[in-house]
Design a protein around this ligand. Sequence first.
Ligand code: PMP
Length: 297
Amino acid sequence: MYYNEDTIVYYNGEFVKATEAKGNVYDQSLHYGYAVFEGIRSYTTHNGTKIFKAKEHFNRMQFSCESIGIPYTFNNQELIDISYEVLRRNNLSDAYIRPLVTCTPNMQLTKGREAQLLICAWEWGAYLGEKLLRLTTSSYRRITPACFKVEAKVSGHYINSIMATQEAKDKGFDEALLLDVNGFVAEGPGANIFFEVDGVLHTPQLGSILPGITRATVLDICNDLGIEVVQRQIKPEEVKGADGSFMCGTAAEVIGIQSLDDVAFTKPWSETLGARIQKAYKNLVLEKEYNTVLKVA
Ligand code: PMP
């Protein structure tokens, strides 16, 4: 599904077949989850294939590596060019691009000695689907800045996301909502969250969340469309049964939420601010004009 015999990846300085790329079983990353990755999308726009927010993603990858001591020896503009080349060699346009930085053999719990880089890509539909989501509050709390560099996109952090997602699915829900260690709303396992209350959007402040590039884009869209957004600490009981809610992330894009723990959000999705933002986001990634079309309330 992610690759076949013809798939080409960029691995340690070369374009090679995915089936022939070889890792080392003593890599520090494999043993300790000590790696950094990104999730990026490209779109078929009227200006050709365009990687959305490419610079922001590679800058975050650099920030993530530097935050946890993985030596970063890459040039981000070169990585953007390589990503386009990976798309071209695989004949992809609407795609998901996955760069991964791993560390060489080292069984010590010391910082990485040398970084290795993989860039691969595949076609991936909306990560959380297209239907409104039924969320449940996770019994797992989001990782905390007292223990991790929460703002870095580190592979090991995703054990928390895997446990929360599987728990939600086992309970018959579509997706989890994680609270932070103090009981405030944090985020989904792979996306940020917004709530609509009386015409204003509320979203968790930075601190215990991944500062999503899509979240930042949504904030820009809201600024353009004149939608007020408050970033603050949110108690889950305040937003249960609110007017609306949506999650956002590169893979998920903007996706509406039907209910939290079976308490429905009250407005029909099509009448929510989230639905307007979803359209605006789609237009933006496709490099279409959006502000003139959607500004009318
Ligand atoms: N939170 C988490 C935990 C994530 O994994 C992601 C996906 N990268 C996001 C939020 C959304 O981030 P972005 O918009 O940069 O994809």
